[in-house]
Each structure stands twice: as structure tokens, then as C-alpha cells.
Design a protein around this ligand. Structure first.
Ligand SMILES: Cc1cc2nc3c(=O)[nH]c(=O)nc-3n(C[C@H](O)[C@H](O)[C@H](O)COP(=O)(O)O)c2cc1C
Length: 402
């Protein structure tokens, strides 16, 4: 267990009443905890409570000469190994996303070089508001860690996503943030997203894969110190920090990019939804209905694309290969068959018929299917958490083989 210095930044949400429990969980784990409050936070939890539990002076004012004299705000930002923002209000997430430094907490967040973990908590409509969504995307793209929010009955009476993660879950997430760079020295090749197979000058065949799962794996691998090459189908997602991204469009381009990076990869994680077929012919100009007989349909001829995962598995070497299977029925059986056919070291099966998992969601419910036949079913988790579980398994496999 890593013993770190946790700067706990508290903002003005009702979930602040759980912060004393979080301090106790962090202290039990051996961490030192110092608290900083936004002006609104003091309306929900008293500095005296936080000071008593943390055993450290609490800061709540940027311009108070006594507080600033005791420990100045830049020294406090430098002191932290990790900054935990809990609860993180919609207002604070917005200020963070825009880099404001209008009071103590936002100033500390801008001044620190430590990783930042946020635990959002708010009414479901605030959480789902496009402004909050955009702010969170921006923060994620900058490498800010998220834990929660969870779904359930909210303090405001509404039901839905917005409840702060439980203190124990936040304390667990702190352990993950503080974990040593366990993949340092390793190179990971990750594929993500769907491919786009052009039909004519304007149309293409594609699928609904967003690339979020692969981007989450790439982000987590980079955080663990790996060199990461991310071969991505068309996607508007931002490149995770420290990741080398290769943008491709078609399955053939993806194959080429994968085989270019393969010689240096010790681990290959193939989350991309590669089109099995492509149009046999790509028309140079737009196919126009006026050029066809009236009421005539259009028959497309498709040809098979290469099976990149199977080819990678057949390529000699000591690399570890993880495949993904998007299935909509008999998920585990279909995944077992795919694992046997391709010969990878681990297959991650996801049920894309669920609305809360699979394509274009932030969450995923997956099962790890192992060559021996064992199946490990994970609960519904964020894609970041699925990525962390997946890389834990990959690290274990690598250790066993070393
Ligand atoms: C009773 C009460 C409960 C609130 N709970 C939340 C909450 O859970 N999440 C949130 O984002 N804002 C909540 N707010 C609104 C924030 O307190 C308000 O946006 C404030 O400006 C946040 O300031 P801060 O981000 O600097 O702490 C609540 C307000 C009140 C009056």
C-alpha cells in the first residue's frame, strides 16, 4: 500500500457530509490528509470537523493572512502527491475546465503538478447537462481522473446518475492513482474505434463503435508508464496524454499501421470493431440514383477484409494479445468460439445489445474469457475501470510468463 500525501479539496455539495468518512478511510490506508475548502463547502461541512479528523490545519480562504502564513497555497499545492476533489460540484468542474483561479481550491488545482482525482456529485440534470458533459470531457482529456458518480436516489429527490461515489470507492481510486508505473519499459499497441469502408466519393460502410474503450486502455497503459501506440479509426476523441496516435480509416489501413508497430509491441490490445467486409469497388464519384433505372435498387458487392486479430496471433513472438468480441447474443459461447479461432491470450466479451454497455457508452459490462475456458464476469463499470482491470490481468500474465 502506497502512503501518500492527499490534498482533499472539498466543494459545496450536499455530499460533503460524507467527507469525514473519506478522511477516515484515507487515514486508515496510511495517508496524510490536508483539506482545502471552497467558500461554499463551509456551508455543508465545518472546517473544525475536517481539522479534527485529518489532524491538520484546514485552509478555506485564499486571502487570509493567518492561513497563508501557516502554509502558503503554493506550498500546499506542491506538498500533494494527489489532489482529490470530493464532492466535485458542477460549478467547480466548470471552473477547473476553464482554468479559473478565483478562490483557494481552483488556485491550488491550477498550481499543483500532482494527479487530480474528482468525485462529482450533483443533481442528475446538472450532471447530464451538455455544459457539464463538455467540461468533464475536457478534464478527462487533460488526464484528470474520475470516480463515479453513481446512480441512485439523490438528495434532491431525483433519481439517476449524480450520487458521489462512496468514500471507500474514492479511497480505492486514490490507491490506483498512486500506484507505481507498473508497465514502464513495456510497449502497448492498442486499436480503437470502427473502420470506415468507402463506397463512393461521399458514402461509407461503418459501425457504431466510438473508440472509447480503446482510448481508455491507451490512457491507462500510458498512466502505468507504458509506451503506447494507439491505432484509431475515425474518432473525435482527444488523444490521451503521452500516447502516440495513428489515425486510420479502413481495415486495410489499420492492418498496415498495426503491422508497422507490431515488432516493438510486447502487448497488443485490439478493441477496434474492424469491418469484416468492404465494398468490392470504390466508385470515384458519387453514385447517383438518376444514373440507375427508375425504381431500381442498388446491389453492393462486398469482399472480405483481412482478420487482423487472427493474423497478429499467428505472427511468431512472445507478445501478449488481447482481443475484444462485441456480441449481441450467446455472448460467452460466441466469445469462446472466437478465442479458439483466433488463438489470443485473453478475450474480452461485451454484450452490445445492452444500452448501458458496449458501443458509444461511458460504461461497459464485460467478461474475461480465458483459453482454459474460465470466465470472469465484471459488473457494470466505467470504461476507465474496465481498462484498469484488463491491464491488471495483462500484467499478471506477463509476470507468470517472465
Ligand atoms: C442545499 C444545497 C445543496 C447543493 N448541492 C449541490 C450538489 O450536490 N452538487 C452541486 O454541483 N451543487 C450543489 N449545490 C449548488 C452549489 O452549492 C453552488 O453551485 C455553489 O456555487 C458551488 O460552489 P463551489 O463549487 O465553489 O463549492 C447545492 C446548493 C444547495 C443550496
Amino acid at each position: 500500500m502506497s502512503q501518500g500525501r492527499v490534498l482533499l479539496a472539498v466543494s459545496g455539495g450536499i455530499a460533503a457530509y460524507k467527507i469525514p468518512d473519506l478522511i477516515r478511510a484515507l487515514k486508515r490506508a496510511g495517508h496524510s490528509v490536508r483539506c482545502a475548502l471552497t467558500p461554499a463547502a463551509g456551508r455543508f461541512v465545518t472546517p473544525l470537523t475536517l481539522q479534527t479528523l485529518s489532524g491538520e490545519a484546514v485552509r478555506s480562504e485564499l486571502f487570509d493572512p493567518a492561513e497563508e502564513g501557516q502554509i502558503d497555497h503554493v506550498a500546499l499545492a506542491d506538498w500533494a502527491d494527489v489532489v482529490v476533489v470530493a464532492p466535485a460540484t458542477a460549478h467547480l468542474l466548470a471552473r477547473m475546465a476553464h482554468g479559473l483561479a478565483d478562490e483557494l481550491v481552483t488556485t491550488l488545482l491550477l498550481a499543483t503538478r500532482a494527479p487530480v482525482l474528482v468525485a462529482p456529485a450533483m443533481n442528475v440534470n446538472m450532471w447530464e447537462n451538455p455544459a457539464t458533459r463538455e467540461n468533464c470531457e475536457r478534464l478527462r482529456a487533460r488526464g484528470v481522473w474520475f470516480v463515479g458518480p453513481e446512480s441512485g436516489l439523490l438528495a434532491c429527490g431525483w433519481e439517476g446518475e449524480g450520487r458521489m461515489a462512496e468514500p471507500a470507492a474514492i479511497a480505492d481510486a486514490v490507491e490506483r492513482v498512486l500506484a507505481p508505473p507498473s508497465l514502464r519499459g513495456e510497449t502497448l499497441l492498442v486499436t480503437a474505434g470502427g473502420t470506415r469502408e468507402p463506397l463512393d466519393a461521399v458514402r461509407a460502410l461503418t459501425n457504431r463503435s466510438s473508440g472509447k474503450m480503446g482510448f481508455a486502455v491507451a490512457r491507462e497503459a500510458a498512466r502505468r508508464g507504458a509506451e503506447v501506440v494507439l491505432v484509431a479509426g475515425p474518432s473525435a476523441l482527444e488523444t490521451p496524454p503521452g500516447v502516440e496516435r495513428v489515425d486510420v480509416e479502413t481495415a486495410l489501413e489499420m492492418r498496415e499501421a498495426v503491422f508497422r508497430a507490431l515488432p516493438r509491441a510486447g502487448v497488443v490490445v485490439m478493441t477496434a470493431a474492424v469491418a469484416d467486409f468492404r465494398p468490392a469497388q470504390r466508385e470515384q464519384h458519387k453514385i447517383k440514383k438518376e444514373d440507375l433505372a427508375e425504381d431500381a435498387g442498388l446491389t453492393l458487392e462486398l469482399v472480405r477484409n483481412p482478420d487482423i486479430l487472427a493474423e497478429v496471433c499467428r505472427t511468431p513472438g512472445t507478445r501478449t494479445v488481447v482481443g475484444f468480441a462485441a456480441e449481441s447474443r450467446d455472448v460467452i459461447e460466441a466469445a469462446r468460439r472466437k478465442l479458439r479461432r483466433k488463438g489470443c491470450d485473453l478475450l474480452v466479451a461485451n454484450d452490445v445489445s445492452r444500452t448501458d454497455a458496449g458501443f458509444d457508452t461511458d460504461t461497459n459490462a464485460v467478461s474475461f474469457v480465458w483459453p482454459g475456458g474460465d470466465v470472469e464476469e465484471l459488473p457494470l463499470l466505467s470504461k476507465a475501470q474496465v481498462a484498469a482491470h484488463l491491464l491488471d490481468r495483462v500484467e499478471k500474465l506477463r509476470e507468470e510468463r517472465a
